[in-house]
Design a protein around this ligand. Structure first.
Ligand SMILES: [Ca+2]
Ligand SMILES: [Ca+2]
Ligand SMILES: [Ca+2]
Ligand SMILES: [Ca+2]
Length: 399
């Protein structure tokens, strides 16, 4: 491990309260950490556990005004305290009532779900980093509990012998299920995006030829990935003092992304450049490194949870201008929300103009009701979930 990467990784570990595992040291810390999670919920997943919680803002009901919340809202969130995957569904009229069920709980497999995404085929993809596997989960009878669970791709079973120490992100794309793996420092393979397909229709992508390396881009510290059509946007802390959002596209349909071209997105169209820098996220070194980012159309939104108050919160980089994007704006300031108190960003999603984030013990939903481009006005910070069965929320998807 080189020194810079170690420092950045340690910064990331500190910023995320030791929850992410970008390097071996994090794994050691994680395993040494006493587990405060209540396990009493385990085994009760046969039926959906209803937790009726109302959205609120510092104890007040939000003034919805003319705002019409999109619905139905289905929020999948992995919990590292109770070691399971939750589904919370929102019924919204003037306010939302949230019903939460334990979507998936398996004492061997659902412990450290690092990423979750509802796929196009109705399956929920979950990447788990203790079993080094991506699972597909489906609720066939719509009771809020997954009853069809299968291994989609795993380090142990895939015929190519591809490692999967940390499945950071998964995306059910048009061409394949893409899996972003972050390498560890144990000698296993480093940072790569696999394209996985089920060619023989047996329900997994573990046979020979079903997984290929779509993108290799070490050295880096990748955290998240999402696609817009054929284009992947990958947030990478990289080894410098600013994070990158990479734009990756297999333009020539060769089956992989060429990374040897200049990393300048400005001339990407003219040069056929398949891999370039879409945004640069400046942090305050050594700790100001965001831990999660998401695309909101052409914009990049990210949550910075470092120890420097001035650079803490949810930020937006507006797209549509010069690339790489560099200008950023604080759009949600945690210091204005003493009830929330702090933010330790684990995951972020943008949907229908709203921003969703997981923090230490909550799932927050940010809604720009007054249209000022920020989420700080009264009624704009909504606590979607807190309290049991939620304990330590991590990965998030909102559909
Ligand atoms: Ca079910
Ligand atoms: Ca197969
Ligand atoms: Ca290519
Ligand atoms: Ca606002």
């Amino acid at each position: 491990m080189n020194t810079t990467k170690l420092i950045l990784a340690l910064a990331a570990v500190a910023a995320t309260a030791v929850e992410d595992k970008p390097v071996a040291v994090a794994a050691v810390l994680e395993d040494n950490k006493p587990d405060p999670s209540p396990r009493s919920l385990r085994g009760k997943s046969a039926g959906a556990i209803e937790a009726k919680l109302q959205n609120r803002v510092g104890g007040r009901q939000p003034r919805m005004g003319s705002y019409v919340p999109p619905e139905p809202l289905n929020v999948y969130v992995s919990d590292w305290g109770t070691e399971q995957l939750l589904l919370s569904r929102g019924e919204c009229e003037s306010e939302c009532t949230v019903s939460t069920s334990i979507f998936w709980s398996d004492p061997e497999k659902s412990n450290r779900i690092k990423c979750v995404q509802k796929g196009r085929d109705g399956y929920v993809c979950a990447g788990e980093m203790r079993t080094d596997a991506v699972y597909k989960l489906k609720d066939t009878d719509d009771d809020g509990v997954a009853d069809d669970v299968k291994v989609w791709f795993s380090a142990a079973a895939n015929a190519e012998g591809f490692p999967l120490p940390i499945p950071m992100s998964v995306w059910d794309g048009e061409e394949a299920v893409y899996i972003l793996n972050a390498g560890n420092e144990l000698g296993e393979e480093a940072d790569v995006v696999y394209a996985t397909k089920d060619l023989n229709s047996d329900g997994d992508a573990n046979e020979a030829g079903e997984a290929t390396k779509w993108l290799e881009f070490s050295p880096s510290v990748p955290f998240s990935m999402e696609f817009q059509g054929d284009v992947a946007y990958i947030y990478d802390q990289n080894e410098n003092k600013e994070g990158f959002v990479w734009r990756a596209e297999d333009k020539d349909k060769s089956g992989s992304v060429e990374t040897s071209h200049p990393v300048d997105c400005v001339d990407a169209e003219g040069t056929g450049n398949e891999f370039c820098i879409y945004a640069k996220i400046a942090g305050i070194p050594p700790l100001g490194i965001p831990v999660s980012a998401a695309m909101d159309g052409p914009d990049v939104v990210y949550v910075d949870a470092n120890f420097m108050p001035a650079s803490k919160g949810v930020f937006r980089m507006k797209g549509g201008g010069q690339i790489p994007l560099t200008d950023t704006e604080l759009v949600w300031d945690p210091s204005l929300h003493p009830v929330i108190g702090d933010i330790a960003g684990a995951d972020i999603r943008a949907k229908d103009g709203e921003i969703w984030v997981t923090t230490d013990a909550r799932v927050l939903r940010l809604v720009d009701m007054d249209g000022d481009g920020k989420y700080n006005s009264e009624g704009e910070t909504l606590v979607w979930l807190e309290g049991a069965p939620l304990d330590r929320p991590k990965a998030l998807d909102v559909v």
